[in-house]
Design a protein around this ligand. Structure first.
Ligand code: FES
Length: 358
């Protein structure tokens, strides 16, 4: 007896499905015996109402446990908050929030599978499928079209042409593979160390980028900003771009009473003139926009903002730590010079995740 469902596409299997031949009429098509449906076995939850009830309770409990884990994940976000000053807080936050979400999904999924497997209706069904293969006439025609195309293009006949095309096409992706070599740090130097060392050193003059002219403190007026590189960088013969990428600095002058300087950094500025790395601590874009009214620096890539009055601490956006400050002073001629290199690695925050950069 047939029971049509889904617009007559599905019907419950019955004994007549067990040994029906494939019914193919085309003598060129290989036929085989229809293996039929396996015997239907009732599950224990079909025959024993008590077992079904118990299973229902277990599935319900799994859903409640899932709910509890989800609530735990939300609570964990607040109980173990991310503290920008403490990198370990990111680990705790990620671990507990992640565990809550993972177990919430696991128990929800387990419950849903158990519900479907043990409690939902369990009857084999058959679905009639339309014939998928092309008719012999269509297949013949397609074959003829291919042969004609091959003949007209000479793809098979003109071997040299064909092989050179295949060779050129195969070689095309190779430059992309070769470019991956750039990911390899050839001299095997510790990348954290590389980012920690720049051209700045005691007495190195701050010069304008790109002209290379030195800057006197008296030229830096309040509200102005200079894009600065270390003196000598333009004269480098090798690695000039690498060095510039690390050493670029923004120089600004603020009213001295606006600077909220930490005690141990008071000597790093010069009469309100401060210098900060221009390399964003998020993923390294140049922080090039200075808002002179608010004394904020803006990174155009993902809108991180840094407050110059407070050691360029992050006040908005995804950057994870302040811009490194370059300690500066003036030399005997009144030109601005560095007191030393940066005291921390420049660039993206992930360098900080290893502690061996000192
Ligand atoms: S690189 Fe600066 S905010 Fe993303």
């Amino acid at each position: 007896m047939a029971e049509d469902e889904l617009g007559g596409e599905l019907r419950t299997a019955n004994s007549s499905d067990r040994a029906v031949s494939s019914g193919a009429q085309d003598p060129n098509v290989e036929t085989f015996e229809n293996p039929g449906m396996p015997d239907h076995h009732e599950r224990v939850t079909d025959t024993n109402p008590q077992k079904a009830k118990n299973t229902e309770r277990v599935v319900t409990a799994l859903f409640w446990v899932s709910l509890a884990f989800t609530i735990f994940a939300i609570a964990a976000y607040f109980v173990w908050p991310i503290n920008r000053e403490d990198i370990t807080s990111v680990r705790w936050n990620s671990m507990f929030v992640g565990l809550g979400i993972a177990f919430g999904m696991l128990t929800l999924g387990t419950g849903a599978v158990a519900w479907a497997k043990y409690l939902m209706k369990d009857e084999e069904q058959v679905e009639a499928r339309h014939k998928t293969g092309a008719s012999p006439a269509t297949a013949k025609r397609v074959s003829e079209v291919f042969k004609q195309a091959d003949e007209e293009s000479g793809f098979t006949r003109r071997k040299m042409l064909r092989n050179s095309l295949i060779g050129a096409a195969l070689a095309l992706p190779l430059p992309g593979i070769v470019l991956l070599r750039d990911l390899y740090n050839g001299n095997n130097e510790n990348p954290v160390k590389l980012m920690h060392q720049t051209m700045w050193d005691k007495g190195v003059r701050l010069v304008r980028d790109p002209s290379g002219t030195p800057i006197k403190a008296s030229e830096v007026t309040i509200g102005s900003a200079f894009h600065v590189i270390p003196e000598g960088l333009n004269e480098l013969e090798h690695g000039k771009l690498d060095e510039k990428a690390k050493a670029v600095v923004l120089l600004m002058r603020l009213p001295e009473d606006r600077l909220k300087e930490q005690e141990d950094r008071k000597s790093w500025s010069y009469h309100g003139i401060v210098a900060y790395s221009k390399v964003c601590t998020h993923v390294g874009c140049p922080v090039a926009l200075y808002e002179q009214q608010t004394h904020h620096l803006l990174c155009p890539c993902h809108q991180s903002q840094f407050d110059v009055t407070e050691h360029c601490k992050v006040i908005f956006g995804p950057a994870g730590r302040p811009l490194p400050q370059l300690p500066i002073t003036v030399d005997n001629d009144g030109y601005l010079v560095a007191q030393s290199d940066f005291h921390e690695p420049v660039g993206p925050t992930f360098w900080e995740r290893r502690n061996d950069y000192v």
